[in-house]
Design a protein around this ligand. Structure first.
Ligand code: GTP
Ligand code: MG
Length: 280
């Protein structure tokens, strides 16, 4: 068995999580049009007859120096320590930025093989694409090609996970991210950046699941937007999240979703510790 860890790195919004989900064949990582949708590293497991690849999805690497930016950067950097191979993902529709240079600088000294993936080939190209690069068009991921190039660099080893598992993240820990993904997709502008989801309680029973969660924002005006006219938006977020949770839990899900204001939570180290863990 060829076995190893693969970190997926790149700027925000280049399509890293889309690649992870395609490779493991599950909607594990949240995907949306909002930069920094991914806030936590997430492990997705690919297994076939001759290999097991543990993909680590990382937050988009950015250089903002506020507390939130530092935490996101640290999450991405930590994942590099584990990696046997790195996938560096670039979006061909945006000119290379200083984040790309910072990523290159960090990964080129690690002595780990780097595979370049260029995404959004269906959009207007603003960069040269090397003949050797793997390319992605309209989010259509060449999974076999990606896995083959990874496996060439992996060593023989024992299986690390049950081949039927596609992640090691407990469902409980995914509930908040599923709700946040739906909120990101339905909300526009800056609100997704000012929002986190606090899961207060998940009660799994034989014939149903009951979940109480809060969407937390920074201001009253944002709370009104998340709730929407006569509660329409929060209801839609809840309905869409519930559909996804139902697929995972395979039983009826009752989701009680509320909105709470916590001024300046993005600048509060305690809240960030609660979201990222104090190690980040
Ligand atoms: N047009 C086009 N859109 C794509 C492609 N691949 C991904 N996307 C879209 O790009 C957006 C960002 O995708 P994600 O997979 O969330 O990107 P990410 O790199 O994980 O983003 P962060 O977690 O925010 O760093 C989503 O709206 C995807 O649907 C592609 O090949 N073409
Ligand atoms: Mg992502």
């Amino acid at each position: 068995m060829k076995v190893g860890y693969v970190a997926i790195v790149g700027r925000p919004n280049v399509g890293k999580s889309t690649i992870l989900n395609a490779c493991i064949g599950e909607s594990l990582a949240p995907v949306s049009q909002v930069p920094n949708t991914t806030r936590h590293t997430l492990l997705g497991i690919y297994s076939d007859d001759s290999s097991q690849i543990m993909f680590i999805d990382t937050p988009g690497f950015q250089l903002h120096d506020d507390l939130m930016g530092q935490r996101l950067r640290k999450e991405a950097q930590n994942s590099l320590k584990l990696a046997d191979v790195i996938l560096h993902v670039r979006d061909v529709s945006r000119p290379l930025g200083e984040e790309d240079a910072a990523i290159d600088k960090q990964i080129c000294h690690l002595g780990v093989p780097i595979i370049e993936i260029y995404t959004k080939m269906d959009l207007r190209h603003v960069m040269e694409i090397p003949d050797t690069a793997i390319v992605v068009e309209k989010g259509k991921i060449p999974v076999a090609q990606i896995c083959e190039s990874i496996v060439q660099h992996l060593e023989e080893g024992p299986l690390l996970f049950d081949p039927d598992d596609y992640t090691n993240t407990p469902v409980y820990d995914r509930v908040g991210e599923i709700i946040r993904e739906r909120a990101n997709l339905l909300l526009k502008d800056e609100i997704p950046h000012a929002l986190y989801v606090h899961v207060e309680d998940v009660e799994v029973q034989e014939n149903q699941v009951r979940i109480l969660a809060y969407i937390v924002v920074e201001r009253e005006s944002q709370k009104r937007i998340v709730i929407g006219k006569a509660g329409a938006l929060i209801q839609q977020i809840g309905t869409e999240a519930r559909h996804r949770l139902l697929e995972i839990y395979e039983r009826p899900v009752h989701l009680f979703l509320r909105v709470r204001v916590e001024p300046n939570w993005t600048k509060n180290p305690k809240t960030l510790d609660a979201i990222f863990g104090s190690h980040a």
